[in-house]
Ligand binder design. Sequence first.
Ligand SMILES: [Zn+2]
Length: 107
Amino acid sequence: MLRGKQRAKEIARERVDILLDTALHEKDQELADRQAVMAKRMVMRHRIKLPYDLKQLYCKHCKAFIVPGRTARIRTGRSCTKAVRVTCLRCGHTYRKIIARPQNKDL
Ligand SMILES: [Zn+2]
């Protein structure tokens, strides 16, 4: 039983990968959205842990599928904390992802 479940999870993860990859390159926004919703549903059903780069494709606020350069704007911050600011162009929500803490300030 456990084996079966694990296998299903593996297949689901593969399908999520394919779906999101296709959605990213899909010119048709509506189709991409549908693919993203399908992927998300699969993720929730199988309790798959999405890798960070895939998680970033969903807006933290409106949960929409956002494509960097198309429906999301990505900017690096100007402060000394290295961070990227992701702006969802659908709901306007901005969030910051810190990529590196300031190190060796006194150097
Ligand atoms: Zn949003």
